[in-house]
Write a protein that binds this ligand. Structure first.
Ligand code: ACO
Length: 361
């Protein structure tokens, strides 16, 4: 038995490769360095979907924009019960109402849905009316426009595009595996996407960046970092934004996002000193982890700079995991289609360690 399925290979994929020793991520033959900061989210969706839909256009930009408009038009009323939920749970409930299927139209609605629902839910929770998508904007820019009610700057749109591209796919992580298990039963893409989102929510997976902000706020200033971090480890807590099942070196996505955050900061898109403070906390955390956990190489993961980037874009921490889901949905859809095309029903075994049945006297 392998605890947590560590080191077990359960699928072949042409979608992405995570090299944990070299700290390298490849998506359909392109390294992350080549994609992050250069490709737009729509390019990544095209790259991931290539070969999985017969009617895939050469560029998804126009059809995805049209689908955002359509999804907004038929969005169910955001009632009191829905708005009482966390933004993540409210968006998941809205995604659950999309019609299921396996075709490109379903895939586009699933891709558009979270990007349209999240700003609408955040605005409604703040007592503001949801805003319709803006024709002509890309997926990332449109999400920010629907949230803030203004066209984002080029630097803001580029930062969110870099983020969505960076998190679009990452091998057989917990939520993508979940999506593939569901796909293997031949349930539709919406079911796969919903399952993926539900697995993403946990703090050991996509739920870490909100707590990264809580940690930074609690530390307050660089001089407090070491003592705060040591006390956290001594209590048995995990430092959010550090460690990874596969990476034994630095997660390459952390550097892609740090570059995007730097770019945003250089354009005045961040509170002064915020990046330098986060870098000081990161350095202290790495030193403390090295001392306290010498047997396990623990380095910065994707979630640390995710938190800074999304904060700078004006997203509240409660929405961070949902934005992750906006990007990762492209991966869930591609993996689900690949699983449907090539895979068998996934049905592993367990070893029963419970009591034996009583023998009737
Ligand atoms: N802080 C402190 N200690 C840690 C951390 C951390 N962030 N991560 C792992 N460890 C320690 C564990 O306590 C354990 O120590 P021990 O042997 O002394 O008990 C050892 O490292 C091994 O831990 P495992 O749980 O076996 O490692 P696993 O591969 O299952 O964990 C995980 C990976 C869940 C990501 C872990 O590193 C973690 O909890 N990190 C914090 C949460 C986080 O940032 N999640 C986002 C990950 S990226 C993503 O999913 C998108």
């Amino acid at each position: 038995m392998s605890d947590g399925l560590e080191d077990i290979v359960v699928a072949q994929t042409i979608l992405s490769d995570v090299d944990g020793q070299a700290g390298r991520l490849v998506i359909r033959g392109r390294s992350l360095d080549e994609l992050a900061g250069r490709a737009r989210f729509e390019d990544l969706a095209n790259l991931l979907f290539d070969g999985f839909f017969d009617d895939l256009p050469a560029d998804l930009t126009a059809s995805l924009a049209a689908t955002r408009a359509e999804v907004f038009k038929v969005m169910p009323p955001l009632d009191e019960a829905l708005l009482a939920l966390s933004p993540f749970d409210a968006v998941r409930a809205l995604v659950a109402r999309l019609a299921d299927g396996d075709d490109l139209a379903t895939a586009l609605r699933l891709l558009a849905g979270p990007a349209v629902f999240l700003p609408a839910v955040l605005r409604a929770q703040a007592g503001k009316a949801p805003l319709a998508p803006t024709p002509g904007l890309g997926h990332a820019a449109d999400l920010l426009a629907m949230l803030h009610g203004r066209k984002p700057s080029a630097a803001e749109a580029a930062a969110l595009d870099t983020y969505l591209v960076t998190v679009s796919d990452h091998g057989l992580n917990a939520s993508t595996f979940t999506a593939r298990v569901i796909a293997a039963t031949r349930a539709g893409l919406v079911s796969c996407g919903l399952g993926g989102l539900s697995a993403l929510k946990g703090p050991l997976h996509g739920g870490a960046p909100g707590p990264v902000i809580e940690m930074l706020d609690d530390i307050g200033e660089p001089a407090n970092a070491r003592a705060w971090l040591e006390a956290a480890i001594d209590r048995g807590d995990r430092l959010m934004g550090f460690g990874h099942r596969i990476y034994r070196v630095r997660d390459p996505r952390a550097d892609a996002l740090k570059a995007a955050v730097r770019n945003l900061a250089s354009q005045g898109g961040m509170a002064p000193g915020r990046l330098a403070f986060a870098e000081a906390v990161e350095a202290a955390a790495l030193a403390v982890l090295k001392e306290k956990k010498p047997n396990r190489p623990l380095d910065t993961n994707v979630e640390f700079y995710t938190a800074l980037l999304l904060e700078a874009l004006g997203l509240p921490p409660a929405a961070f995991t949902c934005v992750f889901g906006v990007g990762r949905m492209a991966g869930y859809i591609a993996h689900a289609r690949e699983q449907q095309a090539t895979g068998r029903l996934i049905r592993p075994l367990s070893t029963y360690v419970g009591p034996a049945p009583r023998i009737a006297a």
